[in-house]
Design a protein around this ligand. Structure first.
Ligand code: NOJ
Length: 772
């Protein structure tokens, strides 16, 4: 502690001098710009002044706890890591969880190192820590920013109570390819939705003040383009131009920077030949330069070293040089900075200014988190016991889960089911699965801890209702072993065992209604889980057909992490509920919707195709020169499939109906820096109360760069009583109309704009105005 005490004393003297100077400044008029006004910056400078080069480089290094690698690693490095911790040559650890382990690891640094700079502890808390919320894609379907913020705040509270102070979330990669397994981890295909949902998640995680012990630092990832890997293959090359980069991919990152996200993570992919990790334009010029963001950038796992494999760096040393020059501040598990920065500095290949800048960014967050005041601030065993997986947190998880469900089809009002229906057959490989609803990236969830659909249904129905269950077929073999994570085993799908089919069919035959739970296993989506087939694996299709033969009254409950091919399903089954992987309380939340205790209000954050061959499929595409639907062959279309979505972006039904009328603009002309209002009347024409997500779409009809045929620019989730009408008004301003133009700046181009308001992205109610 001696050195830190000196730091504090030094800081106090410095502060006194500054105070005196600032007091006198009115008279002697010294330039205030030469004085750092942020007390944290001053503290950071004082610490930096005491650091040796090896300690500075150490702050730029992050290692994983050996017991929980989330990428390639080798165990002979354990001793090496321990030595480095003792020397104060590590800035952060990831994948160490629990107060006990975190306290022990922190103590190694605090007791052995010369300078005693506390570690920050990071973990992938993606949709809850132990109380698990819907996967991020599913939660986005709620279009409920307050609910999303709340779920992130619970995730933060539970993480912080177990000693953590940093998570690698939210993922704000615009994701348009259902083949990409990580589509489950973001907010879907739209830049605006990714921006507002990303900001809500950041606010939930970080709160107003990072030093609050109920919050943790967030990390916006992956800068950039990771969702655009060719052919939906994870880690694959991204071939996009400047238009796509600036107008589609970067807006959520800019929003995150403006919202004060503490950190960014760069990404594995290359963009047009430059690995994102070594991308100077992205990290130094845009993020830290143009956007003036002052947090730090962490690499992705081993992504600095992988620049060698990409064919961009000659060796790890060269990779370290490229990464630091490009503005990548912290090296996660590449060992590149630790091994090579000192030599690179002496060879003038990196500068001390760059190293100092990166170190200051890291130290700043440690001060903001309050770790310099108390390195064990987040290590509180009592909180760990009391605040994790509480009844209140589970109730919130249920609430968010029910809001995330999307009603895709409801022919003849099959839903909601009566609680007094005589008999329900609950069938399918996911019907009594207590693990799949936890989804991938489930942090510290307990294996098999979710409420299954069967449990949910049983808890909801009246005493006289007979509920029986048959699995029918298995989805995976073997069942996921306890203690697995998404990296620890390959998935095998059962295509052989059909022995349960007959029982399932028999049960269906003798029941009033079938609730059929099919879809994807928890680990079918997520990192490294790209697929060329987005249909139902195993014998699920056969199960559907066999059940359908004997009972047409089928309600399908889908559990999945990506858009799936649902064409056949939607032809034959009267009701479909998209239930994603909904988390700890999945079964209760689904039952809330099945039996009408909650009227579904979710809307799709991604387009669902007819066929995987349409991927990437997204509503905000460009028009092409030949968009017609005419039956002539020379138009942009498929010969064997529609080109539109089966279920479009923004789509979702309710148990009531809404009508949209009287779309009006306040003016039909607008100044480029002006504002106009677009309003619409929405009426609940059905018989029960319900929520509707009212969506505003705009098209800039002609541009110096072609603009998408429609872009989401705003939405409002409103509640309407049966028969009630409300008017919703959106202000349309320059910020909504501008884009990164051919002039390579963000500006509004004069000309014609179309405006649509409706309940999904294929709404046709349209008005037009002109920007002068
Ligand atoms: C690799 C993933 O791409 C990233 O999102 C994650 O945060 C890190 N591994 C750490 O687990």
């Amino acid at each position: 502690m001696k050195i830190l005490n000196n730091v504090v004393k030094g800081f106090l003297c410095f502060a006194v001098v500054l105070f005196v100077l600032s007091f006198k400044s009115k008279k002697i008029e010294i330039s205030s710009s030469s004085i750092k006004n942020d007390p944290i910056d001053r503290k950071v400078d004082s610490v930096l002044a005491l650091m040796h080069l090896n300690e500075k480089i150490g702050q730029l290094v992050q290692y994983a706890g050996k017991w929980n690698a989330t990428g390639p690693s080798s165990s002979d490095r354990d001793q090496y890591k321990l030595d480095k911790l003792k020397k104060g040559e590590v800035g952060s650890m990831l994948n160490i969880t629990s107060v006990k382990s975190i306290r022990e690891t922190q103590r190694i640094v605090m007791e052995h190192s010369r300078i005693k700079i506390p570690l920050i502890f990071a973990y992938d808390v993606i949709h809850g820590y132990k109380t698990i919320f819907p996967i991020p894609l599913g939660e986005t379907a709620s279009w409920d920013l307050e609910a999303i913020k709340l779920s992130s705040s619970i995730a933060a509270k539970e993480s912080a109570a177990s000693g953590l102070n940093w998570t690698f979330a939210p993922m704000i990669d615009v994701s348009r390819d259902a083949r990409w397994g990580r589509i489950m981890e973001g907010a879907g295909e739209d830049p605006y939705l990714n921006s507002v949902v990303g900001v809500a998640r950041i606010q939930g995680l970080q709160g107003d003040n990072l030093s609050n012990v109920l919050t943790i630092a967030a990390c916006a990832k992956h800068l950039a383009g990771y969702g655009f890997g060719e052919a939906g293959r994870d880690y694959n090359t991204v071939n996009i131009g400047e238009n796509e980069l600036h107008n589609t991919i970067l807006p959520p990152f800019k929003a995150a920077a403006q919202a004060g996200v503490a950190t960014f993570m760069n990404s594995f992919n290359d963009i047009d030949g430059i690995p994102a990790t070594g991308h100077k334009v992205l990290q130094r010029d845009i993020l830290k330069g143009q956007w003036g963001w002052n947090g730090f950038v962490v690499s992705d796992w081993g992504s600095i070293g992988e620049m060698v494999t990409h064919g961009y760096a000659e060796d790890t040393k060269h990779a370290a040089q490229i990464a630091l020059n490009a503005g990548s501040d912290m090296d996660m598990e590449s060992y590149a900075y630790q091994s090579h920065l000192e030599a690179l500095l002496s060879e003038n290949k990196v500068s001390i200014g760059q190293i100092n800048d990166a170190v200051k960014r890291v130290l700043k967050l440690k001060f903001q988190l309050g770790l310099f005041d108390d390195p064990y601030k987040y290590c509180n065993e009592q909180r760990e016991k009391d605040e994790i997986y509480t009844k209140e947190n589970l109730e919130i998880a249920r609430d968010v889960a029910k809001k995330s469900i999307v009603l895709l089809k409801n022919k003849d009002k099959v839903l909601p089911l009566s609680k007094n229906v005589k008999s329900i057959a609950v069938i399918g490989p996911l019907a009594n699965d207590k693990d799949t609803p936890l989804g991938n990236w489930r942090a510290k969830a307990t294996y098999n801890s979710a409420v299954s659909l069967l449990e949910g249904i049983k808890s909801a129905v009246g005493k006289k209702t007979i509920v029986k269950y048959e699995k029918g077929v298995d989805l995976t073999v073997p069942n996921i072993p306890e203690g697995s994570n998404q990296f620890s085993f390959p998935l095998e799908f059962n295509t052989i065992d059909s022995s349960g089919m007959a029982n399932a069919v028999e049960l269906a035959k003798n029941s009033d209604v079938v609730v059929l739970a099919i879809g994807e296993n928890a680990y079918q989506s997520g990192e490294g889980r790209s697929q060329t087939n987005i249909g139902f694996f195993g014998l699920q299709n056969q199960l559907l057909e066999a059940v359908y033969k004997v009972n047409k009254n089928i309600v399908v409950v889908l559990m999945n992490g990506r858009p799936m091919e649902l064409q056949r399903l939607s032809e034959i089954t009267p009701a479909i509920l998209e239930c994603w992987h909904l988390g700890s309380q999945a079964g209760y939340a689904i039952a809330d919707v099945l039996f009408g205790d909650y009227n579904p209000s979710g809307k799709l954050p991604v387009s669902f195709p007819y066929h995987v061959g349409q991927e990437p499929l997204y509503y905000n595409q460009k028009n092409t020169g030949r968009p017609s639907n005419a039956k002539h062959v020379t138009f942009s279309a498929y010969r064997d499939s529609p080109k539109t979505a089966l279920y479009p972006f923004g789509f979702g039904l309710s148990y009531t109906q809404f009508s949209y009328t009287d779309l009006k603009l306040s003016q039909d002309e607008m100044d480029a820096d002006g504002e106009i209002k677009a309003s619409i009347k929405i009426t609940n024409t059905g018989e029960r109360m319900g929520e509707e997500v009212v969506q505003l779409y705009i098209r800039d009809v002609t541009g110096s760069l072609i603009r998408p045929i429609k872009e989401l620019k705003g939405f409002d989730k409103i509640m309407l009583k049966a028969g009630e009408t409300k008017t919703v008004t959106f202000n349309i301003n320059a910020e909504m109309l501008q884009f990164y133009t051919a002039n390579k700046i963000w500006e509004v181009e004069p000309g014609k704009f179309n405006v649509w308001i409706g309940g999904n992205s294929i709404t046709t109610l349209k008005e037009t105005f002109v920007v002068k």
